[in-house]
Ligand binder design. Structure first.
Ligand SMILES: Nc1ncnc2c1ncn2[C@@H]1O[C@H](COP(=O)(O)OP(=O)(O)O)[C@@H](O)[C@H]1O
Ligand SMILES: [Mg+2]
Length: 224
């Protein structure tokens, strides 16, 4: 099995002047291609911080992150953005969609920052919208959708660049349990199709669907 993410001795320290918060205290994790991993732990244990660093949305205070064989240490923001856009799809609790923008444009957005030629944007976008079952909503603005529909748009957007890796931070946190179950099923399907999934959650029941759990406590991995 080949590693898709290898993080070694990652520290993240927030220096707030009078206060110093050690959000990560020497975290090392290895995630292989095709795995479905849950990062679990209580609120404030450092899960989101770790996901942001593994996803190159944030940089560690020290330590290193290797993604698909590329050591990201010392890369400039532009280079980080390139790895991020090509290798990773993100899904967040708050959906992070453009509010007064259509489903179609929300899903298409990442393609505009990719190497995919413009002539293919529409086909790819529609393929992903169909995958999440929203083809009858393409012209609706995202603020006209239900929570579950919004999260399906976010998943379609995360997938449109065909990333090998999907990272989801509390993706069912704002959904009722039935809708949450549908979203979870979507992740299981994607994993069955070969995508690597990293699911961040404080919900122990939700974490059970993963093959492996990485348990965080107070900035450290306490179980892996
Ligand atoms: N931008 C930030 N500035 C200062 N402290 C932060 C910041 N982001 C997170 N923290 C702190 O780092 C710790 C870990 O937070 P977080 O990774 O969000 O935990 P979790 O996702 O497990 O709830 C918490 O103590 C939190 O208050
Ligand atoms: Mg969090």
């Amino acid at each position: 099995m080949s590693a898709i993410i290898q993080a070694t001795e990652v520290y993240k320290i927030y220096d707030l002047g009078e206060e110093r918060i050690e959000a990560l205290k020497g975290v090392s994790v290895l995630i292989n291609q095709g795995e479905f991993v849950a990062i679990v732990g209580k609120s404030g244990s450092g899960k989101s911080t770790l996901m942001h660093i593994l996803g190159l949305l944030d940089t560690p205070s020290s330590g290193e992150v290797i993604i698909n064989g590329t050591n990201t240490k010392g890369l400039k923001e532009k280079q980080l953005a390139k790895v991020r856009n090509n290798e990773i799809g993100f899904v967040f609790q708050s959906f992070n969609l453009l509010q007064r923008t259509s489903v179609l444009d929300n899903v298409m957005l990442p393609l505009k920052y990719s190497n995919v030629p413009a002539s293919k944007w529409m086909d790819k976008t529609m393929e992903m919208i169909k995958l999440v079952g929203l083809e009858n909503r393409i012209h609706n603005k995202s603020n006209e959708l239900s929570g579950g529909q919004k999260q399906r748009v976010a998943i379609a957007r995360a997938l449109v660049n065909d990333p090998a890796l999907i990272m989801a931070d509390e993706p069912t946190g704002n959904l009722d349990s039935k809708t949450g179950d549908e979203i979870v099923k979507k992740f299981l399907d994607l994993n069955a199709q070969g995508k690597t999934i990293i699911l961040v959650t404080h919900d122990e029941d939700l974490a059970k669907i993963a093959q492996r759990r990485i348990v965080m406590h107070d900035g450290c991995v306490v179980e892996n």
